[in-house]
Design a protein around this ligand. Structure first.
Ligand code: IPM
Ligand code: MN
Length: 349
């Protein structure tokens, strides 16, 4: 029997609720498909920070290294710990330490879910650079607290970092409809973004079967709303990808439906799977968080582990449930009800 070790980091706010939901569904799928998923939960979170002064222990990264994958709920509880502290203490270090350079985010409407657009026939896969760019953390502040204060935040684009994400995006496009949109802002940012465009052209030479076009990020924002059906794979830098994927989440009916995978395509390190929504303090502890994004992220985890049958079973279950109108109304459906329906659908398939 194939067996996998999964690290569970439920985190903050609605994180624990949706992680538990996803874990139950994954266990059910594993049982049907004859897999073993061994979970080990870590309490790393803002509550942990309040207790210990750190978001995770000093050997946290070392501890995670031995797992086959990480399932994460959400990080952040800004009432108690500044986001800049909690995210730089847990989520972002994991993405960087494990070189999870591809953040993969699918945007399409699940059956029965209404998005805000009249157009519904879109199926976009956003691939966001996840380890450098605008999120590199390079910079500093001087003359703090004086009227001469200066803040510098330097975006870092390396040949290695840009090339590998582009290559990954071209390969993803090749497996889909063969259309790639590369997003920059090279009309205004004349160094890093021109570099990205040039690298896109260079890598494109190896993928003559992929139809690649470059767009500026502002134009892409408009295109995602006006002509989402014209897009297939979209690749962007860390910050642009972050913003465009919240837009993508909105198009697919809301953040409760937006799944993501932080992947190390080289498989040297564990990859991490998390819903895009975050800890949602406003609805924490109300029992109404949608578990769909977390469950979908779990399906992406199974897929990454090579368990494509189990992954398809979980996706099929989610779709069967939303097609019946269950879990399609954010803020109205109870987490428990939706989870129970998906569990039943997994077992019935
Ligand atoms: C996301 C989130 C994070 C990001 C934040 C919480 C740092 O918005 O996963 O999209 O920007 O990467
Ligand atoms: Mn985001």
């Amino acid at each position: 029997m194939k067996s996998y070790r999964i690290a569970l980091i439920p985190g903050d706010g609605i994180g624990p609720d949706v992680t538990q939901a996803a874990w139950q569904v994954l266990q059910a799928a594993a049982a049907v498909d004859g897999l073993e998923l061994h979970g080990q939960a870590f309490p790393w979170s803002c509550a942990y920070y309040k207790e210990t002064g750190a978001m995770m222990p000093p050997d946290g990264i070392e501890t995670l290294r031995g797992f086959d994958a990480i399932l994460l709920g959400a990080v952040g509880w800004p009432q108690e710990v500044p986001d800049s502290v909690s995210l730089h203490g847990l989520l972002l270090p994991i993405r960087k330490a494990f070189v999870q350079y591809a953040n993969i985010r699918p945007h399409r409407l699940l059956p029965g879910v209404n998005g805000p657009l009249r157009k519904t026939d879109f199926d976009i896969l956003c691939i966001r650079e996840n380890t450098e760019g605008e999120y590199s953390g390079a910079g500093g502040r001087v003359h703090q607290g004086t009227e001469n204060e200066v803040a510098v935040e330097t975006a870092i684009f390396t040949a290695r970092g840009v090339e590998r994400i582009l290559r990954f995006a071209f390969e993803s496009a090749r497996k889909r409809r063969g259309i790639l949109a590369s997003v920059t802002k090279s009309n205004a940012q004349k160094h890093s973004m021109v570099f990205w465009d040039e690298m896109t052209a260079r890598v494109a030479a190896e993928f003559p079967d992929v139809d690649v076009r470059s767009y500026h990020v502002d134009a892409m924002a408009a295109r995602m709303v006006m002509a989402p059906e014209s897009l297939d794979v979209v690749v962007a830098s860390n910050l642009f990808g972050d913003i465009l994927t919240d837009l993508g989440a909105a198009l697919q009916g809301g953040l409760g439906f937006a799944a993501s995978a932080n992947v190390d395509p080289t498989r040297r390190f564990p990859s991490m799977f998390e819903p895009v929504h975050g800890s949602a303090p406003d609805i924490a502890h109300l029992g109404i968080a949608s578990p769909i994004a977390a469950i979908w992220s779990g399906a992406m985890m199974l897929d990454h582990l090579g368990e494509t049958g189990a992954a398809a079973r979980v996706m099929g279950a989610i779709e069967a449930v939303t097609a019946r109108g269950i879990g399609t109304r954010p803020g109205q459906d109870k987490t428990e009800t939706v989870t129970a329906a998906v569990l039943a659908a997994v077992r019935a398939r």
